[in-house]
Structure formats: C-alpha cells, structure tokens
Design a protein. Structure first.
Ligand SMILES: [Zn+2]
Length: 279
C-alpha cells in the first residue's frame, strides 16, 4: 500500500502537535489567487489548491483542511498534492505552502466571575477564528472591542478613584496622551508626526487609536473592509495587548514602590516627554 502523505501540525481537535495524515485529497485544482501576509512577507498564493481530509492518530478524529500553495500559473494548474511532498511523503508547511484546517472548533469561553466578564484573550481568539473564516469585518469589530475593554482595565490601574470616560476616543487620549489631537490639530493619519515612539504610552495610543478607527470603519462604513485591514488589526491588537500588559505591570510596581520612578511627572503625555515607566 502506498504510504500516506502527512504533515506536522497542531491538531485542531485535540491541540496535540504531531503527524497529521492526509487520507484523501481533491482531484481537481480549483483555486483562487490572492495575496497574503505570510512568513513576514506579502506573497501570492493559489488559495485552496487542494482540499484534504486529514486524520489525527492522537485523538482519532478526522478534520478537513485546505492547502494553499505559492502562486504558479503553469505548475499549479496540473500539480498533484504529492508533488509538494518530500521523498518520505512529508509535506512541509512553510513560506510556500499553507495548510488551513476548515472551521476549527471554537470552544466557548469559560467564565469564572459573576457576573461573567469578557476576557480580552477570548475576544482575540474569536477575532483570529473570524480571520481564518475570512469574516474580515468581524475581525475589525472584535479588535475594537478588545481596545474598548482593555482600556477600561488600563484606566482602573492608572486612575483607580476616577470614572473612565464613556467615549473610547476620549478615554484613550486622557489615559495615554492627553489632548494630543486637539493640541496639534491632527487626525489619526498625521498622528505619527506628533507622537514620540520611544514612549510606551505614545506607542500604545497610536496602536489603540488606529484599531478604534478601523473598527469604526468595519462597523459603519460602506467601503469594503479587506483581508489586509483585518490582518493589520490582528497584528496591531496583538502588539498593543503585549505592551499594555507591560505598561500595567510597571504601574503596579510603581504603586508598590512609589520612590522607584517618577511616573506622575509624565502623566500629561507631552509628545516630547520620555516615558519613565517603561522605555
Ligand atoms: Zn487530534
């Protein structure tokens, strides 16, 4: 019997990383051509060149997937999946080959609080799933919600005795770079010129305000929201979540040991002020 094709991946059912077997593959090459930011570069792919049925020996489940291959009009038109495997019948996902499992299960979030409070990490997982389902607008809307929720957590750490502004735009400015738009008479597109990217607060403001605006477009605008908009939102969101956690823990540390830094001095968020909390 011919040896089955296989590839290494995390199983979408049991999440174990190991060999996944390809038990069946589509016969016809039906693909559509698209660019995708992949392995740190924009590349053109023939998307869904093959549809495959996979088997995970670990959890003994079947799951379907689509295989996208770097665009090649001539070769891909008649290629078989086995042409992309090595001599041991192994397919290696990488810069030129992507394997996406179809509609991986999204486990409902577990809430441990009463009333149940959303977790930004759950929201981020939902956004990533929406991305894999090509629900671009949903990604934009969810990322904006992540900014909304995380900025409330950030506010509570920064100003424990003060209510946060309801409007997200105002909350972000007051929290991170007070009055920056009005003072400098700029909209988001010119913000980069007046912000100091050595300051974590300014970087946070830039990312979070960008996600806020893009999320508004996703929710309200008639203009199409594209895959690259959605992808940029995921990248910005991941980045700001990491930075905001660092920022909050430095504020907590400052609270425990107030003499260790002069956080209060740079509260005003002057565009030229250096951030002393975390640089
Ligand atoms: Zn499995």
């Amino acid at each position: 019997m011919e040896k089955l094709l296989c590839f290494r991946s995390s199983c979408p059912r049991c999440e174990k990383y190991g060999d996944i077997q390809v038990v069946a593959c589509s016969q016809e090459n039906e693909s559509f051509y698209l660019d995708k930011f992949h392995c740190d570069e924009w590349r053109a792919f023939d998307f869904g060149l093959f549809s495959v049925a996979c088997y995970c020996p670990e959890c003994k489940n079947f799951v379907s997937a689509s295989v996208s291959v770097a665009h090649n009009e001539v070769i891909n038109a008649t290629a078989k999946l086995v042409d992309f495997a090595d001599e041991n019948n192994r397919i290696k996902p990488g810069p030129k080959l992507i394997i996406d499992f179809d509609v991986p299960a999204l486990l409902p979030p577990q809430h441990f609080s009463s009333p149940p409070i959303v977790s930004v990490l759950d929201l981020y997982q939902q956004a990533s799933k929406c991305y894999s389902l090509q629900a671009w607008e949903a990604v934009g809307i969810l990322c904006r919600k992540i900014v909304d929720i995380q900025s409330i957590f950030m506010w509570k750490i920064r100003y424990p005795d003060k209510d946060h502004p309801d409007k997200l735009a105002q909350r972000l400015e007051e929290l991170l770079v007070k009055g920056v738009k009005k003072k400098n008479k700029v909209g988001h597109s010119e913000l980069a010129d007046v912000l100091n990217f050595y300051s974590i607060k300014h970087r946070l403001f830039y990312d979070m305000d960008r996600i806020r605006e893009s999320g508004n477009d996703a929710a309200h605008e008639i203009l199409a929201y594209h895959d690259d908009d959605a992808e940029a939102m995921l990248i910005f969101t991941q980045n700001f979540l990491e930075e905001s956690e660092r920022w909050m823990s430095s504020l907590r540390r400052a609270r425990i040991n107030p003499t260790s830094n002069k956080e209060s001095k740079e509260d005003e968020g002057h565009p030229c002020g250096h951030d002393r909390v975390v640089s």
